[in-house]
Design a protein around this ligand. Structure first.
Ligand SMILES: [Ca+2]
Length: 250
């Protein structure tokens, strides 16, 4: 080693080999995005767009921002990646999914996203609505009674509707998982990785949803208010282990 190197330089040179040996024994927890991608979503939107009307897709086709939401908000980013988030105004803000986002009628599904809903934000939204026709795959998260309604195949008389209170999760970033497992007919709602409600009701959607919207019904009129981030859709019901892995990677 050159005598002209100072102590710091010597440490850096020596570190190239030594650090490999050190970090070889250290478990590095993957970041949130890596956890999502490991579960192979069919669509993934980080929602950290800076401006414009394109909802950039990390997986799948791009969406479209509607209603001029305030993008690139620096406050309250839910995970350590520190990405910025959009604010939905509770008036007309939403984004639409591409028509190429098609959900099979007889498949399993997970809808996952982070949201921050303050008490003052609570209203009567379709927080997510897949498809553009009959209401068959949607969620009010939460409705004006601070209850979450997860509707999978809810076309007549509440079939396929699962509900749970959201009151304890207001005013904080919360990780949402809405799942349906076609193999056993289990519908479930999980917050921060932990399942809080479930039921068994086997159902096949009457039609295959294509496109849809987040933050409102596709036609408008049911606007969501609050912040949201990291929306992912999977064609399987994520396990408890995987939901918790996502939450812990925040
Ligand atoms: Ca607006």
């Amino acid at each position: 080693m050159s005598p002209l190197l100072n102590t710091a330089d010597k440490l850096m040179v020596a570190g190239s080999a030594a650090s490999k040996a050190f970090f070889a024994g250290v478990q590095v927890w993957p970041d949130y995005k890596a956890q999502v991608l490991a579960d192979e979503p069919i669509a993934y939107y980080r929602l950290n767009d800076v401006s414009g009307t394109v909802v950039a897709a990390t997986v799948g086709a791009n969406g479209i921002w509607v209603g001029n939401p305030a993008l690139n908000q620096g406050v309250g980013s839910p995970n350590a990646t520190g990405i910025t988030v959009p604010y939905f105004d509770g008036v007309d803000d939403r984004f639409t999914f591409p028509a190429s986002l098609v959900i099979p009628t007889a498949g399993s599904i997970t809808l996952e996203w982070w949201q921050y809903v303050a008490t003052s934000h609570v209203r009567t939204p379709f927080t997510i609505y897949l498809g553009t026709g009959a209401q068959i795959l949607s969620a009010h998260c939460p409705w004006s009674d601070s209850t979450v309604y997860w509707d999978y195949g809810n076309v007549t008389g509440g079939q396929g509707r699962l509900t749970t209170s959201y009151s304890a999760y207001l005013n904080a970033w919360t990780l949402i998982h809405l799942t349906y497992n076609h193999a056993d007919g289990k519908h479930a709602i999980s917050f921060n990785g932990v399942e809080v409600a479930s039921m068994i009701y086997s159902i096949v959607l009457p039609a295959s949803p294509a496109g849809g919207a987040f933050g409102n019904s596709p036609a408008g009129g049911y606007p969501f208010q609050g912040y949201a981030s990291e929306l992912a859709i999977y064609n399987k019901a994520l396990s408890t282990e995987r939901r918790l892995a996502h939450y812990k990677a925040r």
